[in-house]
Design a protein around this ligand. Structure first.
Ligand SMILES: *[C@@H]1O[C@H](CO)[C@@H](O)[C@H](O)[C@H]1NC(C)=O
Ligand SMILES: *[C@@H]1O[C@H](CO)[C@@H](O)[C@H](O)[C@H]1NC(C)=O
Ligand SMILES: *[C@@H]1O[C@H](CO)[C@@H](O)[C@H](O)[C@H]1NC(C)=O
Ligand SMILES: *[C@@H]1O[C@H](CO)[C@@H](O)[C@H](O)[C@H]1NC(C)=O
Ligand SMILES: *[C@@H]1O[C@H](CO)[C@@H](O)[C@H](O)[C@H]1NC(C)=O
Ligand SMILES: *[C@@H]1O[C@H](CO)[C@@H](O)[C@H](O)[C@H]1NC(C)=O
Length: 748
């Protein structure tokens, strides 16, 4: 083992952790070795992949290479030690090497709420030529949302395929393609090596974007209505890249990349991905890389911003060529009344579809009925095995819900109880669907209920069936990830928000509603919340816009959706644009934006140069060996990307910061148009635009302008915002302008 090859000695490396306790061999992990753009000669490329490993003395190259990518980009995934990966990254022609990691996956009335009614105008013929590619956990082919009644054959441009696959009834003229990618090993026993959706997530998101119109969709009679996607006549192609692992599903970089590659080669029009890669560096981020290649082929990628809110800078999928979506609530919600024997009523949350058979049930606190004295601490949390079954039977039980323990209503029901009032201050962002009568309350209400229980000899209560109620809207969901953009200070993220709270859409028959063991509730439709659900709303809108404007670039479609979004209330959403970006999407206005902020590959490469990425890192993203930034920099500074929103990060605590934003708008409205600028500037900020009028004529369809933002240091607030709106008699083209101070990390 002493050969002095550049790659072999690492196998001898041993890591000693806590001396003598654990010895870990330098284990081989899967890395992605990336060469750049798709090769002309696919066979030669595959051979190169083996040659690279041979050069490193990795003898069993076929065993090591897990997957070769030779379509849209040239790359391979292989099992390597850290040292081998390092050595390969220095080899000629290799653009980057990064580890394969796994990432989390992060309707109905929602369309009417944002103005896309069932009678909205459509280009039906064009719409049926649109293919929405969804990278997710698979799909349920037998769902009514994907039936093909009335559909003709797939559009001529379609190059994709569909099985046959195990446990998959097959595609049709609506669901025209399905593929799966599980490149780094076998799926868990709960999943199936097939595009079938065992999780429910992919069926849900795909039906939100492009599902058929299904009458009488509902969950337990709640949220009754018509389920439909934005573009019911469009086609769906599913790329299963996310797999069930334990209670959720996750998606690995290598599968995500393979999904992008296939979707691009198959000829989809938009790509929807409700997951995020948490690697901040674009050059190591599979979604940033995959979506850049998609953009080059004219395909817009729409991605969810993550469910890590309301923490600041929690937003993900930050690349400027991605349309990043946050989640907003609509004007319907659920209430869940708990009525106590003394007549007092409290409101809880969650979805409990059980009609009470009696007006009242005896009510007891879990803390008072431990199985043995020693169980008392656990019984207040109604932990399995801690309650005295004889004292649960026929009763409603009040328990604290601990994270990571079985749901309390489930434990109570298992012992013959009626249901549970679960106290928690850590509400899940999903409306909890209860498996027995249940409701979730906070500790303030919990104390009141506990007080009542101990104030009478015969405490009693009842949990009423959940009802749907009207609430003020829109608002940004608290779970929706927030800016400021942790990667690029000049790019506002999220771009927009769309409905993502309690969205009713199709579901899989292969999983119970809660996915919990013993839950026997199944439904064709279910309600889920998350930026995962907001994302396909916008994917559907992008497809809708494309059906009217098939020749628009991805950036033009994104600009149309962004500049026509409805600004939201700063009072209701105190994180302002960091919560909602340009605002709530408005599909009908997005069809006719008037002007668009267009961008192309060169614009993004220039942007990356200004961001200070190395030529090699940029090469990784764009798919070439290296990029010569000095030949590309136009000398306009890093605010020069023609982004449809503007963001200025303040420098010192002391001096005034001046931001200069050069922008170009392209007229997509009537050829002869005049637009005047309207500026709204927050206190302490001066915003000017030159010129203040833009005149378009049949010969001049693009106009450049300059926005100068002068901002004094901000004492108390972190962020303020204003806007620029170009107005013609028929259009308003609005861009928020955000000014903020980077919060310094506290140092001890
Ligand atoms: C998948 O198909 C196999 C073989 O037909 C069958 O045994 C299995 O139960 C199926 N799995 C599911 C979840 O339907
Ligand atoms: C607890 O819930 C009640 C009822 O929904 C609500 O009125 C109250 O504001 C909540 N308290 C806290 C501290 O969140
Ligand atoms: C990108 O857009 C710029 C400005 O409109 C144009 O000069 C350039 O040729 C375009 N580049 C490509 C690759 O289309
Ligand atoms: C990069 O571009 C600059 C300016 O065009 C040129 O002077 C320089 O030689 C180029 N560098 C390389 C490595 O090609
Ligand atoms: C801040 O401003 C004051 C007054 O203009 C000046 O005296 C001081 O040097 C400045 N401090 C810094 C750190 O720039
Ligand atoms: C734009 O401004 C010009 C000059 O102030 C004015 O004559 C014109 O009516 C304005 N147009 C619109 C659409 O507001």
């Amino acid at each position: 083992m002493s050969r002095s090859s550049p790659c072999t000695h690492s196998n001898l490396l041993l890591l000693v952790i806590f001396a003598g306790l654990t010895l870990i061999n330098a284990e081989k992990k899967v890395y992605i070795v990336y060469f750049g753009d798709g090769p002309d000669d696919k066979q030669a490329a595959a051979q190169t992949h083996q040659d690279v490993l041979s050069k490193c003395d990795i003898v069993d190259t076929e065993e090591s290479i897990v997957h070769s990518y030779t379509k849209s980009f040239n790359a391979f995934a292989a099992k390597l030690s850290e040292d081998e990966a390092q050595k390969i990254s220095e080899m000629e022609g290799v653009v980057s090497v990064f580890p394969n990691r796994h990432h989390k996956l992060h309707t109905t009335r929602s369309w009417d709420f944002i103005g896309l009614t069932q009678t909205a105008r459509r280009q039906l013929k064009q719409e049926s030529n649109i293919i929405v590619g969804v990278l997710d956990s698979g799909i349920t082919p037998q769902s009514e949302s994907f039936a093909d009644d009335g559909f003709g054959p797939p559009p001529a441009k379609w190059k994709g395929s569909c099985g046959p696959f195990a446990n998959f009834s097959g595609c049709n003229n609506k669901l025209i393609g399905a593929k799966y990618f599980k490149l780094d090993g076998k799926p868990s026993p709960e999943d199936i090596l097939s595009p079938v959706d065992v999780e429910g997530h992919g069926t849900h998101t795909a039906s939100i974007a492009a599902g058929n119109i299904v009458q009488n969709a509902n969950l337990f009679g709640l949220k009754k209505g018509t389920a439909r996607g934005a573009v019911p006549s469009a086609r769906v192609a599913m790329y299963k890249v996310c797999w069930v692992t334990g209670p959720t599903a996750d998606c690995s970089d290598m599968d995500v990349l393979a999904g992008f590659e296939a979707a691009i080669a198959d000829g989809v029009d938009v790509i929807s991905i409700s997951s995020s890669d948490d690697k901040l560096n674009y050059a190591e981020n599979s979604i940033a890389i995959g979506s850049f290649h998609a953009m080059k082929k004219g395909i817009l990628t729409i991605a969810s911003g993550g469910n890590e809110g309301p923490d600041e800078s929690s937003i993900l999928n930050n690349a400027p060529w991605i349309l990043t979506v946050g989640a907003s609530g609509i004007d319907r919600s659920f209430t869940n009344k708990v009525v106590l024997g003394n007549g007092k009523t409290f409101l809880g949350s969650g979805l409990s579809a059980f009609d009470p058979k009696q007006k009242n049930y005896p009510l007891v606190s879990g803390a008072d009925i431990p199985k043995t004295k020693a169980d008392k601490e656990y019984s207040s949390f109604c932990v399995e095995g801690s309650l005295d079954p004889t004292k649960v039977k026929g009763k409603l039980v009040y328990c604290k819900q601990a994270i990571g323990t079985p749901r309390v209503e489930f434990v109570v029901k298992g012992l013959g109880g009626i249901g549970a009032i679960a106290e928690s201050n850590d509400f899940p962002h999903n409306t909890q669907i209860f498996t027995a009568p249940g409701t979730m309350i906070n500790d303030t209400v919990g104390q009141a209920i506990d007080g009542y229980i101990h104030s009478t000899k015969t405490p009693s209560g009842v949990i009423q069936r959940t009802e749907e109620v009207k609430i003020p809207a829109p608002f940004v969901a608290s779970f929706s990830s927030r800016g400021p953009n942790p990667v690029s200070q000049h790019i506002l993220k999220p771009d927009v928000v769309a409905p993502g709270v309690d969205i009713l859409a199709s579901y899989t028959p292969l999983r119970s509603l809660t996915g919990l063991k013993g839950d026997t509730q199944f439904s064709k439709f279910t309600i889920v919340s998350g930026t995962s659900m907001a994302c396909p709303h916008v994917s559907g809108i992008a497809a809708y816009v494309k059906s009217f404007h098939p020749d628009w670039s991805p950036a033009a479609i994104k600009s149309a959706i962004t500049t026509t979004a409805k600004p939201m209330s700063k009072r209701v959403n105190n994180d302002g644009e960091f919560a909602y970006g340009a605002g709530l999407v408005d599909p009908l206005r997005a069809l006719s934006p008037g002007l668009v902020y267009d961008m192309n590959e060169t614009s993004y490469i220039q942007f990356l140069c200004h961001e200070g990425l190395s030529g090699k890192s940029i090469g990784t993203i764009v798919g070439s060996k290296s990029v010569n930034c000095s030949s590309l920099l136009p000398g306009l500074g890093n605010d020069a990307l023609n982004y449809p929103t503007m963001q200025l990060s303040l420098k010192g605590k002391n001096e005034t910061t001046v931001g200069v934003f050069w922008r170009t708008v392209t007229n997509v409205g009537p050829a002869q148009s005049v637009y005047n600028a309207t500026i709204e500037a927050p206190q302490g900020v001066e915003i000017t635009v030159t010129p203040t009028t833009l005149v378009f004529s049949p010969t001049v369809q693009a106009q450049r302008f300059k926005v100068v933002v002068k901002a004094k240091p901000m004492a108390s607030t972190q962020m303020v915002s204003g806007s620029l709106a170009w107005r013609s008699p028929r259009h308003i083209v609005r861009s928020p302008i955000v000014i903020y101070t980077m919060r310094m990390k506290e140092t001890a």
